[in-house]
Design a protein around this ligand. Structure first.
Ligand code: SF4
Ligand code: MG
Length: 271
């Protein structure tokens, strides 16, 4: 039987705003399959976003949803989790929103190991706000603000999350639709900060500026560049150049922030 997406959607908010070929729809469907697999209760689940094309996602789904300020999703999500630790808290957003404008909130949520699942849709560009380059735009690529090629080095979001202290980090692409839900579900089940980076297509503001003739070309690139983590472990640095390592990149157990905070409060009250 096919999956019933409709039971999680808000029909009054459709049609969505995404361009034909945008990868966000694939991620939306993966997210809903993951939520279903984890049997999350709608009333006990919050999905938070900042600003951008990916950040429109929570508006389409029937949970407790917050569409907040640009870059501030992790801060709002932290507030929800601190006030109601029993809730399942998820964040969805883009690369510009998450690791440029929201970079500080992102790294400190990782550092604290607060129990949330952050799905970051990395399409290498600020899509909604006009195609400006983000910290994830590949060096040399064109954006509206780098018409002669981006001179900057690139953030590796997954490595950034690991370095900042996230205890579950995974990566996939919008081509690997069948993997997305499984990684998000693993992230939801993990106790602590889970970051799932999905490399994603923006044909409108990134693809056409960078000579991708079609969405299919963009997808083919992901298919050809992806290397599962088990295979990547046997490859040299040179062999991995230009590849995208996919799967669970990092998992560790470390005390979760809300539980530690509750312990501090308990100790203070007992004095
Ligand atoms: Fe998707 Fe890009 Fe269109 Fe935004 S501008 S909806 S990211 S294709
Ligand atoms: Mg983006």
């Amino acid at each position: 039987m096919s999956f019933d997406y409709d039971k999680y959607l808000r029909p009054g908010k459709l049609p969505h705003i995404w361009c034909p070929g945008c990868g966000h729809g694939i991620i939306l469907k993966g997210l809903l399959r993951a939520i279903d697999a984890c049997e999350l209760n709608k009333d006990n689940t919050a999905i938070v976003s900042g600003i951008g094309c990916a950040s429109r996602l929570p508006g389409y789904v029937d949970f407790n949803t917050l569409h907040t300020a640009h870059g501030r999703a992790a801060a709002f999500a932290t507030g929800i989790k601190m006030a109601k630790p029993e809730m399942n808290v998820l964040v969805v957003g883009g690369d510009g929103d998450g690791v440029a404008i929201g970079g500080n909130h992102f790294i400190h949520a990782c550092r604290r190991n607060i129990d949330m699942t952050y799905v970051i849709c990395n399409n290498f560009i600020y899509g909604m706000t006009g195609g400006q380059f983000s910290p994830c735009t590949p060096t040399g690529d064109r954006a509206s603000t780098t018409p002669y090629g981006n001179p900057d080095p690139v953030f590796d979001i997954s490595q950034l999350a690991i370095g900042a202290g996230a205890t579950f980090v995974a990566r996939s692409t919008s081509f690997h639709a069948a993997q997305i839900d499984k990684l998000i579900a693993e992230g939801i089940r993990h106790k602590g900060m889970a970051v799932i980076e999905i490399l994603d297509d923006c044909p409108t503001t990134y693809g056409r500026r960078n000579k991708f003739r079609s969405v299919v070309d963009m997808m083919k690139r992901f298919k050809e560049q992806a290397v599962p983590v088990a295979k990547a472990e046997k490859m040299s640095k040179e062999e991995l150049d230009g590849k995208i390592v996919t799967g669970i990149l990092h998992r560790e157990e470390r005390p979760e922030y809300c539980e530690q905070y509750a312990q501090v409060v308990k100790t203070a009250r007992s004095l």
